[in-house]
Ligand binder design. Structure first.
Ligand SMILES: CC(C)(COP(=O)(O)OP(=O)(O)OC[C@H]1O[C@@H](n2cnc3c(N)ncnc32)[C@H](O)[C@@H]1OP(=O)(O)O)[C@@H](O)C(=O)NCCC(=O)NCCS
Length: 174
């Protein structure tokens, strides 16, 4: 059985694999990545934490048709560039968010925007009528991704993640 969720021009987006915990740790242990994530940002500290995370993602990915936290594999060299996610917003009313967490060795090459565009297409093909993104106001790199995706800027909200975030929204192309 394939673990592929969708493909883009340069990426395969698929389930994280159990033998990729070291890459997960190397991604989430970095403060330049972790500082932007969650209500209370915290860098990952151990391979055991990475293992638990990957198991949790694999299990929840297998339970959902639409939602997931997936590995973005570069077709050219097989390196996993990062995570793209499409999940219900915590504290939301069922609305979905798209998100991106990439390893610094894969920044500045368009992989986040490309895979997020694929995640949005995947969500819309499965019936979503809108998708949001929430970004810390000083996270310029992530706000730039939202803009590249053509997402509408709705201003600040404190509804999600118990902190003030910039809210973006997109809908299927007519
Ligand atoms: C947010 C994050 C994913 C953005 O990564 P990114 O690589 O800058 O974003 P993109 O994939 O859109 O890449 C765009 C850059 O690639 C360049 N690029 C190079 N080749 C490209 C190509 N073939 N196609 C598109 N863009 C390309 C663009 O010019 C742009 O460069 P610039 O930033 O110098 O203008 C990354 O900074 C990250 O993982 N940060 C930590 C985690 C985080 O903040 N997550 C978001 C929480 S809300």
């Amino acid at each position: 059985m394939t673990d592929l969720v969708f493909e883009t021009e340069r990426c395969r987006v698929r389930d994280w694999r159990a033998d990729e915990v070291e890459r997960v740790l190397d991604l989430y242990r970095r403060w330049e990545v972790a500082r932007w994530l969650g209500s209370v940002p915290a860098a990952m500290e151990s391979i055991e934490q990475a293992r638990i995370m990957v198991e949790r993602w694999r299990s929840s990915n297998s339970e959902h048709d639409i939602a997931g936290r997936w590995a973005v594999e570069r077709k050219a060299d097989g390196v996993v560039a990062g995570t793209v996610l499409l999940v219900p917003l915590p504290d939301g009313d069922g609305e979905f968010e798209v998100g991106w967490h990439f390893h610094p060795d894969s920044w500045g090459q368009g992989f986040a925007t490309e895979s997020a565009r694929g995640a949005l297409a995947h969500g819309f093909e499965h019936g979503l009528e809108e998708v949001f993104a929430v970004v810390r106001p000083d996270n310029a790199a992530s706000i730039a991704v939202c803009r590249r995706l053509g997402m509408a800027e709705l201003g600040r909200t404190s509804k999600y993640y118990r902190t003030e975030l910039e809210l973006f929204r997109t809908t299927p192309a007519p």
